[in-house]
Design a protein around this ligand. Structure first.
Ligand code: MN
Length: 249
């Protein structure tokens, strides 16, 4: 029996340390295929390249760099490189957290979403950055354990798992819900050397709503957070309210 194919990608780019450690940690569970963007693609969300050609560069046995987004990598990985669905997709290990409302910005999480669209079990892994040099060791170990559990149990349908690992040694694991980030409006305005104004998004420290069951809270207390996500963004609680609007139907 041939080993189970496992497809991994990221948004930090081919050769990123978190991706390399993920590959190493999963290698005992199946045949790992690496299909990753050829450059940093953080913050690209679920972007799919439709209007220019995509090129794939083979960098080694089962190692491919794609001139595209993380979503392109899953798409081409499944349909072209592997020629069929792998048994598991893992995205990461991202350098930095992907929690709360920020998951829609995340290329790491979106790659896992893309796999879920193809009915492939998938999870995303992100590692919190602290003051010390970043270490992906705990996250890599946990990725292997979680992958093993998913391969044994199967994944609930239409679900992906968004995993965030705290800095330092994790105190345990919590299954959480997506938290709510507070946006203090972090935009930095500067002048370039020619006197023209430019803007830089971000820069303000992250803040979030105080909610003990959330992903943010789990990490703040030193726990690994696992949030089951699905692609249905419908806000069911307000369906009836909107139906009562005078919309001519
Ligand atoms: Mn990233």
């Amino acid at each position: 029996m041939s080993a189970l194919p496992i497809l991994i990608t990221n948004d930090d780019g081919f050769g990123a340390e978190g991706l390399n450690l993920l590959e190493e940690s999963l290698s005992g569970l199946g045949t790992v295929w690496v299909v990753a963007p050829d450059r940093e693609q953080s913050g690209q969300g679920h972007a799919l390249t439709l209007h220019h050609p995509l090129r794939i560069e083979r960098r080694g046995p089962r190692h491919f760099a794609v001139q595209g987004t993380p979503t392109d990598c899953i798409y081409l990985g499944v349909h072209t490189i592997l020629g069929g669905p792998p048994g598991l997709v893992v995205s990461g290990i991202n350098r930095g957290i992907n929690m709360g409302d920020d998951v829609t910005y995340s290329g790491t999480v979106s790659a896992a979403f893309e796999a879920t669209l193809c009915a492939i079990p998938a999870f995303a892994m992100s590692q919190e950055i602290g003051d010390d040099p970043i270490s992906f060791e705990a996250a890599a170990r946990f990725a292997r354990d979680l992958a093993g559990e998913i391969l044994r149990r199967g994944m609930p349908p239409d679900t992906l798992l968004n995993v965030n690992v705290p800095k330092g040694r994790p105190r345990g694991v919590r299954v959480t819900h997506q938290g709510k980030r507070l946006y203090p409006g972090g935009v930095i305005e500067r002048k370039d050397p020619k006197g023209r104004t430019y803007y830089w998004i971000g820069g303000a420290p992250a803040q979030w709503e105080d909610d003990a069951a959330s992903d943010f809270c789990a990490l703040a207390e030193g726990y690994i957070s696992i949030t089951p996500l699905h692609l249905d963004l419908t806000n069911y609680k307000v369906l009836d309210e909107v139906r009562r609007w005078n919309l001519g139907s």
